[in-house]
Design a protein around this ligand. Sequence first.
Ligand code: GLN
Ligand code: ZN
Length: 761
Amino acid sequence: MKTAVIGFPRIGKNRELKFAAEKYFKGESSLGALFAEGKAQREYGLTVQKNAGIDFISSNDFSFYDGLLDTAVLFNVIPGRYRELGLNPTDTYFAMARGYQGEKGNVKALAMKKWFNTNYHYIVPEIEDNSFVSLNNTKIFDEYDEALSIGIKTKPVIAGPFTFLKLARFTGNKTAEDFADDLASEYSTLVAEFENKGAEWIQFDEPYLVKDLTAEDIELFKSLYEKILGARNTIKVLVQTYFGDVRDIYNDLVALDFDGIGLDFVEGKMTYGLIERNGFPDNKILFAGLVNGKNIWRNDYAKTLAKINSLERAGVKNIVISTSCSLLHVPYTTKSETKIDKDTLYHFAYAEEKLTELTDLAELTGIEGEYNIQSAECYRMNRRLFGERKGSYDEAVRNRVASIKDSDYTRLPAFDEREKIQKELLGLPVFPTTTIGSFPQTADVKEYRKDFRKGNISEDEYKSFVKSKIADCIKLQEEIGLDVLVHGEYERNDMVEYFGENLEGYVFTEKAWVQSYGTRCVKPPIIWGDVSRKNPITVEWSVFAKSCTDKPVKGMLTGPVTILNWSFPREDISLKESTLQIALAIRDEVLDLEKNGIGIIQIDEAALREKLPLRKSDWNRDYLDWAIPAFRLVASGVKPETQIHTHMCYSEFTDIIPAIDAMDADVITFEASRSDYQILDALKENNFKTEVGPGVYDIHSPRVPSVDEIYSALVIMRKKLDDSKLWVNPDCGLKTRGDKETKASLINLVEAAKKLRADEA
Ligand code: GLN
Ligand code: ZN
């Protein structure tokens, strides 16, 4: 059997591409240097795949920022406001990704959203009525040629036209259907050009097919591909899906003239059943996504071989063993981990180890006879691994979860009563101003942390440094005039990893970086055993911050659902069970903060929506029914006076508003500035009770919003929300920003709130 990889990480084993890009953004290096790093990273990825013996290797899975943005730019879908800046093509591209503020103008970035059910974020293409779709650049061809030049004939990969149209935003009157013909003909041109180059395969990624599809969607998909497939001659086309099954379109999909169909057997609950019931055409190749592209656990060879056998029994003639999705979502290699003990590490497979799994599996399928398979070295090693018990078992934790009562999920008194008590006690002005928690993680912060980790400085030195940062941060916030202060989160590298490191049951990694968006990476910790909290985690910092000021200081925690969603989860117990374990640990922290005089506590659930099933029909049963209660469990033990905040970002919440209200927080802040405040209408329609702080400016960009801009946003918000419910804050934490722009932006934010208060008076 042959092997295929849908896509490979690109940010660099040591995040080289991230650093090169950031240097370029700061004007500290040339475009040439950035391009050279890009080339080095592409070569690295191609070479490891080739050396591992992968048969189908992708090209154009590389990107300087985001693949969907690349696709938009490839087809000339560049909104006028970015064109008008008159920048070179690369800077226009980065302006779309990050916004632009400089001598040529001032524009915000395009919106950014979570990529399906992952923690990767894509840039939302914007199609204007006068957008002229046309094949516009040569990146995809250049990268194909480049791979050829080092002896690798790749399958170029690109987001397919259907997924592209479904994820794009249409800013005028036209819709996807209006652009379908033009887009299909440009994709046809692309295919034709690859045919001329002698490419054998091209891969169109169509993950949108795993969502609930309407009859119109199916029509659109068919008409796009009838056109594209009808126009090609020799080149083979692989339609690649992932993150679920294609139950709404399976029969139409296999009836179309594709040569290869990529299906996900990991997250696609119904994938096997669809094939068994409906068959799979003999003249097509099934790219079977059997090696999980999202988790870091080793593949269970016995189970996977059994699946392959059953596919063969179901009559599938041609199988290629593939990853379940792009390996973009996992780190590079366990070889970079020097601190995890060997026995534990051996249970993990990152991207490069997954390549070996693919080729092991391919080899095993070529061996005749059960006995011979079982004697194969790689099979025996794998069996041994799965015979061992993973992780740690903690009786006390299991018992505590088992004895959670229904009443533990309810906070008393009810919201309205609490709201009154808190308003009176806190005495905040109307439209209170605050931030989301973190302040810039400047070079000194990172330096100190590194030195501390390396043992170059003592714990005392490190702590007093962090405290000096906190004291400065409090002073700065007082100066700026914010109402509810934060300690700045200088002690944390990351909102999830930090808690992971301070909880039992976690394994944390050194180099397991995964791209989150653009140049931002996260290093998810690994849930290895039962989770519990041994000691208070954040109390010392919050208490110190509070001692620096008379103003209220918010305690800052990460919620259980986000901790789970941004960790690599276990697979031996349910997500629900893991989340409840974490919830109990964070609940203890909440109560400790309260006991130590912290009267406002924020429990971030940035990633609440992340594991929401992609199909609406599965939302409640498979997710919200345990995720929302897990949050409630964390907060339900506090006094009525204690104000619980939560925060969410990046994703579409409009469709889960009742669930968010059901979290029963007192205040929620969320990312809003990049999405035109559509969510406010939905809040109003749903009679949202929780107080809200829709972000008034985008923190993903260094651009400083003007007072007027923030004020105008607030005026819109005021029309849709009750004055008594409206908070004023940025979109998200400020840790990726610099000191200067942060101060300037917050000064404007406070100014805008004051202006609004003056209107009211
Ligand atoms: N409190 C966190 C911060 O400010 C929230 C981050 C997030 O939502 N991603 O950094
Ligand atoms: Zn956020």
